[in-house]
Design a protein around this ligand. Structure first.
Ligand code: ADP
Ligand code: MG
Length: 613
C-alpha cells in the first residue's frame, strides 16, 4: 500500500498543477461555504504564499482536521449525488492535495462556536492542532507550494505567467459571484477591490469603465436551458480572443462548440479576424451535463449540445437584434422560443428567426453625395399637416439641406438595403391606412406595411436625440407650461434637467416641486407633458442599475412612446406621408425604440405564392 502522503502527492499532480489551481480550489471552497466576503492574498505569483480568507460557515475542530483527508468531502453522501451535485468542489481531494505539497496553516471558526481551530500541516503531516481565538469563517495560508516536489517547482513559469493564471481563475470565480465581495492583494498591494454588485457592475469593475457601454444583455429562457449574461457590441470586437466566458451552472467552462454558436450569431457583424467578447451563463438540469470528464472540470459536455447550440445562437442573435444591430428579426416568434429536447436521430430545427442576408451594418453611415439632387421637390407639398415638422434635417455633418427631403436622399441611395427602391419617384403610390393602425403602399419590392405607432415612436425618438446633438430647427417654443410633481419625483427630475435639456426640452425649476416648460422638440405638439414626464421618470426608476441604455435614451424612448400616434387613430393623408417620409430617414427605421418591428415588406413572390394552387 502506498503511504497516504504519496497517494496525496499523486492526486496533487492532478488537482494542483500550479499556484492558480490551488487558488481556484480555495476560492471555490469559500463560495461553497456561503461566504459573502473573500480576500485573496498572493505573494510571488503564489509560489511563496496563497492565502484565502472568507466569512463563510467555518469548520468545527473535527472538520478542520478531516478536511485534509482525501475524500473527506462533506459534499457527497452517495454516488448518486455525483450526478446532481451543484456545489463546486465535490471530489474531496483539493485540500488533501494542496496540503501534501505545501505548508498549510488553517484558521477556522464556526459562527456558533466560542473558539476556533488552528492547524498547521506540512507535506500532509500535522505539525500543530490547537484551539485559537479567530474570527468567524476560514483563513487558509498555502506557503511554499511544491517545497517538497522540486521537479514541479522548477516546472513553474515566470511570476508574470503564473500570476496571469491566478488572475484567470480569480476572474472566473468573481464573474460567477458578483454578489460576493472580493479583494485581491498582490505583493501586499490591492490589485482588485470588487464590492458586492450586479453582473454588469462586476464586469465593469474587472475590465474597466469602458465596458459599461459595450455590453448588450442576453436573456433566454427555455425548458432545456436558461441563458443570461452579456455580449459585447460588435463594434468593440477585438483582434485577439479577449473576454470570452461561458459558465454552466456556476462554473467556468470551455466549449468550442458553444463558442462557435456565438461566433455564428455575430457573423457578418464583425470582421472575420475579430472576436466578440461574451459573458454567458447557462443554467440547466445537471442531468443534461456530462460532468467531471476532466479533472479541472472546465471541459464539459452536454447531453444535447445541438439544441443548446441552436438556442444559444438564437439568444445572441436576438440580443443583437434588440439592440438594433441586426435587422428584420421576427419578434413575434421569438417571444416564445421553446425547443423541446431532440429525440435521438432527430434533426435540429432552426428557431424561426429571419435575418436579412443582405443586411450590412457597415453600410449605414454613407456620406451624402452633394452631386445627387432630389429631382422633384414639388411633389411633397402635402407635408404641411398641423403639428408636423416639414423640415427633414440633414443627418451627417457636412450635408446641406437643399430641400425638405434632402435628408431623405442618402436614404434613397441606400434604398436597396431596405429592399426599397425609392429612386423612381418619391411617393408615387398612394398611401392607405387600414385598421386605423397600419399604413400600406406599393414599393418595387412588394407591399410595404408600416405600423404607425412603432414607426412614429422611432421618428420621435431619433428626433429627440438629434435635438440633443444640436441639430438646428428641431426645437420649438411653446406657451410656457407649469408642471407640478410629487416631492420625490421633483428631486429625481432636478437631477435629470440636463438630460431633458439635451433632448430639446427647455425645462427649469420653479420652486415648490414645480417646473416650467418653455420649449420642446418639434412634433410633440399635442402631448400631455405632465403625464409624459412622469412616465419618463417612471422609466428611469425602473431601469435596472445594470441595464443602462443611457439616461437620455431611456427618457427619449419613454417620451417618444407618450407622444407618438397610437394604433387606432385615423390619420390624414399628410400625416401618413410624413410618417412614411421620416421613417426612412431614420438611422434605424426597422425597429421602434423598444425593439418592435416598425414595418415589413410582403414581397411579390410571397404574394404570388398565396395564389398558387
Ligand atoms: P470538496 O470541496 O471537494 O469537498 P475540498 O478538499 O476542497 O473538497 O474541501 C474539503 C472539505 O473541507 C469541504 O467539503 C468542506 O467541508 C471543508 N472546507 C474547505 N474549505 C472550506 C472553507 N473555506 N470554509 C468551510 N469549509 C471548508
Ligand atoms: Mg473544494
Amino acid at each position: 500500500m502506498l503511504p497516504e502522503s504519496v497517494a496525496n502527492q499523486i492526486a496533487a499532480g492532478e488537482v494542483v498543477q500550479r499556484p492558480a489551481s490551488a487558488v481556484k480550489e480555495l476560492l471555490e471552497n469559500t463560495i461553497d461555504a456561503g461566504a459573502t466576503e473573500v480576500k485573496l492574498v498572493i505573494k510571488d505569483a503564489g509560489k511563496t504564499l496563497i492565502q484565502v480568507i472568507d466569512n463563510g460557515c467555518g469548520m468545527s475542530e473535527r472538520d478542520a482536521r478531516m478536511c485534509f483527508e482525501r475524500h473527506a468531502t462533506s459534499k457527497i453522501q452517495t454516488a448518486n449525488d455525483l450526478l446532481s451535485i451543484r456545489t463546486l468542489g465535490f471530489r474531496g481531494e483539493a485540500l488533501a492535495s494542496i496540503a501534501s505539497v505545501s505548508q498549510v496553516e488553517l484558521k477556522t471558526k464556526k459562527f456558533e462556536d466560542e473558539i476556533g481551530t488552528r492547524l498547521i500541516i506540512e507535506g500532509s503531516e500535522v505539525k500543530s492542532h490547537k484551539p485559537v481565538s479567530s474570527p468567524n469563517g476560514t483563513s487558509i495560508q498555502v506557503k511554499n507550494l511544491f517545497f517538497n516536489v522540486p521537479a514541479r517547482r522548477n516546472f513553474l513559469k515566470s511570476n508574470t505567467s503564473e500570476l496571469k493564471y491566478i488572475l484567470d481563475e480569480f476572474f472566473r470565480v468573481a464573474l460567477v459571484h458578483p454578489d460576493v465581495a472580493f479583494t485581491m492583494y498582490n505583493q501586499e498591494k490591492v490589485m482588485f477591490q470588487l464590492p458586492s454588485a450586479n453582473l454588469r457592475q462586476r464586469i465593469v469593475a474587472l475590465f474597466g469603465p469602458n465596458f459599461n457601454q459595450r455590453l448588450i444583455p442576453v436573456e433566454q429562457h427555455t425548458s432545456m436551458v436558461n441563458i443570461s449574461g452579456f455580449v459585447g457590441k460588435p463594434e468593440f470586437a477585438k483582434k485577439t480572443r479577449g473576454e470570452q466566458y461561458f459558465f454552466a451552472n456556476g462554473r467556468f467552462i470551455r466549449n468550442p462548440y458553444l463558442n462557435h454558436a456565438v461566433e455564428a450569431a455575430f457573423q457578418e457583424l464583425i470582421a472575420k479576424d475579430s472576436f466578440a467578447s461574451y459573458f454567458l451563463y447557462l443554467e440547466l438540469d445537471p442531468g443534461n451535463i456530462d460532468i467531471n470528464i476532466h479533472p479541472t472540470k472546465t471541459e464539459i459536455n452536454f447531453t444535447d449540445s445541438k439544441s443548446i447550440y441552436v438556442i444559444l445562437q438564437a439568444a445572441v442573435r436576438q440580443a443583437l437584434g434588440k439592440y438594433n444591430l441586426t435587422t428584420v428579426l421576427d419578434f413575434e416568434q421569438e417571444q416564445s422560443m421553446e425547443i423541446p429536447p431532440l429525440k435521438p436521430g432527430e434533426a435540429v430545427r432552426q428557431p424561426e428567426i429571419r435575418v436579412d442576408p443582405d443586411y450590412n451594418p457597415f453600410e449605414r453611415k454613407k456620406e451624402f453625395q452633394p452631386s445627387i439632387r432630389f429631382e422633384n421637390p414639388g411633389n411633397n407639398s402635402a407635408l404641411t399637416g398641423k403639428g408636423w415638422n416639414t423640415a427633414i434635417p440633414a443627418r451627417q455633418t457636412g450635408t446641406i439641406p437643399t430641400s425638405p427631403l434632402t435628408g431623405h436622399i442618402d436614404k434613397l441611395m441606400e434604398g436597396k438595403e431596405l429592399g426599397l427602391d425609392f429612386t423612381h419617384s418619391d411617393i408615387a403610390s398612394p398611401l392607405f391606412q387600414i385598421a386605423n393602425s397600419y399604413i400600406l403602399t406599393e414599393t418595387p419590392k412588394g407591399l410595404l406595411v408600416i405600423d404607425q405607432q412603432s414607426a412614429h415612436e422611432r421618428i420621435l425618438f431619433e428626433e429627440m436625440l438629434e435635438a440633443g446633438a444640436g441639430v438646428p430647427g428641431l426645437r420649438s417654443k411653446i406657451m410656457p407650461e407649469t408642471l407640478s410633481f410629487s416631492p420625490d419625483d421633483a428631486i429625481l427630475l432636478k437631477d435629470l434637467l440636463n438630460e431633458f435639456q439635451a433632448l430639446g426640452f427647455e425645462l427649469s425649476e420653479f420652486g415648490n416641486n414645480d417646473f416650467i416648460l418653455q420649449s420642446i422638440p418639434l412634433d410633440l405638439g399635442h402631448t400631455d407633458f405632465m403625464g409624459a414626464v412622469e412616465q419618463a421618470l417612471e422609466a428611469i426608476k425602473n431601469e435596472l442599475p445594470g441595464k443602462d441604455a443611457g439616461k437620455p435614451q431611456v427618457i427619449a424612448r419613454s417620451m417618444a412612446r407618450s407622444a407618438a400616434i397610437k394604433r387606432g387613430k385615423s390619420l390624414r393623408k399628410e400625416e401618413m406621408e410624413a410618417i412614411y417620409e421620416k421613417l426612412f430617414t431614420c438611422k434605424i427605421p426597422e425597429l421602434s425604440p423598444f425593439g418592435k418591428p416598425s414595418f415589413f415588406i410582403l414581397s411579390f413572390d410571397e404574394l404570388s405564392k398565396k395564389f398558387k394552387t
